[in-house]
Design a protein around this ligand. Structure first.
Ligand code: SF4
Length: 408
């Protein structure tokens, strides 16, 4: 099953909030003449909501009225200084960007009160999270799975299609209670043993390990799905390995090329000089509509076994379905989307704008990087193919997935 969405915990997973939390706790403690806490003390008390944090921070036996007053003072101080020392963990912005490029939807679930959770996400990750839930009145806190189920419903995903990433035993128990895959993060507030004891199925030491984990899970699903759909599937760990492999398949043959940054980056055309009959309009050759091999990329491939391509002139997508004996579709791991809707979204919202910019088109997406479904005369998105199985008449259709980011 492919991974369609990711839920992140907030404190200790996306953001290091300890400095601002400790300052606000100590503002409340100071006003009541209670002993101050250092950040390590606060660290061990985060994760079960702010009331619990204050209850554990005041001296034993503090009357409820004083706890309530401390809580109000903490909250006022925290609201005022929410983003002073808080910062994303190193590597987290790159993870968010990589997940976005892969078409994986993202959400946040925190036991921090709702207003603070939303403000933090809007400040540090504007527009990146489909859903942000903090602690909300009338909704049980984590590890109760109610909010996780709400997020799954909002995103339209099943429990087996979601990774739940957090740094605490509470997160791991939340994930397991909801049926999501529990991923324990070691850069936050808890240690490996407590995460494993609470049910972590995967442990990641650094944020960038999350990208590798997602890619590994997605690759397994994609290989099965493409083979089931009748495609040949090859995985090459590096671009250099992919170039050698493709060049070996094309030697001695008549080869047509579709316009593709990925194929260009591999240098296959140059490797095949004098060894094959090459036809690439990007290199000044005549264009052919039939031959032995057509080499192209796709704007996205789905882990459910489909390819998605958008074209302006139509030459690339036409040759990828008709006229050649065989076709090789070479894609970087960044183009592997969880399912067909996310692959189509990737083609329209990521590949389209990046290609329009590369080609200096006078389209709105070339200016702001977003698809406006424009009616521009220079619109590059005019036809889309979704390939669900190899076209009849082609003898060989192969997907070559490369374990590096390539092309758009
Ligand atoms: S439809 Fe227009 S705005 Fe959208 S990606 Fe294509 S060219 Fe850009």
């Amino acid at each position: 099953m492919s991974i369609k969405a990711v839920i992140f915990d907030l404190d200790g997973t996306l953001l290091d909030t300890l400095g601002d939390l400790a300052s606000a706790v100590n503002t409340a403690m100071r006003r009541h003449g209670f002993p101050l806490l250092d950040e390590d003390d606060v660290c061990g008390r985060v994760g079960n909501g702010v009331r619990r944090l204050i209850e554990q921070s005041v001296p034993a036996g503090t009357p409820r009225a004083d706890i309530d007053a401390c809580l109000a003072e903490f909250q006022a101080a925290y609201d005022e200084h929410l983003v002073e020392r808080t910062h994303p963990y190193q590597g987290i912005p790159a993870v968010i960007e990589a997940f976005h490029r892969r078409g994986v939807r993202m959400a946040v679930l925190s036991n921090k009160y709702q207003a603070a959770a939303v403000r933090l996400i809007e400040h540090y990750f504007p527009g990146q999270m489909a859903v942000t839930f903090g602690e909300r009145p009338g909704v049980p806190r984590k590890p109760d799975p109610t909010s996780t189920h709400e997020i799954m419903d909002a995103l339209g995903v099943q429990p087996g299609e979601i990774l739940y990433i957090g740094d605490s035993d509470v997160d791991m128990r939340t994930a397991r209670a909801a049926g999501a895959t529990a991923v324990g993060a070691l850069w936050g507030f808890r240690d490996k043993d407590s995460l494993l004891a609470a049910g972590a199925e995967h442990i990641v030491e650094r944020p960038e390990d999350l990208i590798q984990l997602l890619d590994r899970l997605q690759l397994d699903a994609a290989m099965q799905a493409f083979e089931q759909n009748g495609f040949t599937w090859t995985f090459c760990a590096t671009a250099a390995q992919a170039a050698d492999y493709i060049a070996g398949q094309c030697a001695g043959k008549t080869v047509g090329f579709g316009g593709s940054m990925t194929i260009d980056r591999l240098g296959v055309y140059e490797m095949l000089q004098g060894k094959a009959d090459l036809h690439w309009h990007w290199k000044g050759d005549s264009e052919i509509t039939s031959g032995d091999v057509f080499l192209t990329s796709a704007n996205a491939v789905s882990a459910m076994g489909e390819t998605v391509n958008i074209d302006g002139r139509g030459n690339r997508i036409a040759a990828s379905v008709y006229g050649f004996q065989s076709c090789y579709v070479v894609c970087g791991i960044n183009k592997l989307a969880p399912d067909l809707p996310s692959a189509m979204r990737r083609a329209r919202e990521i590949a389209g704008p990046m290609n329009a910019k590369r080609l200096n088109k006078r389209t709105p997406c070339a200016v702001d990087g977003k698809c406006h479904d424009c009616h521009s005369p220079e619109r590059i998105c005019r036809a889309m193919t979704i390939l669900m199985a190899p076209p009849m008449g082609m003898q060989h259709y192969e997907i070559v997935l490369v374990g590096e980011e390539l092309g758009y």
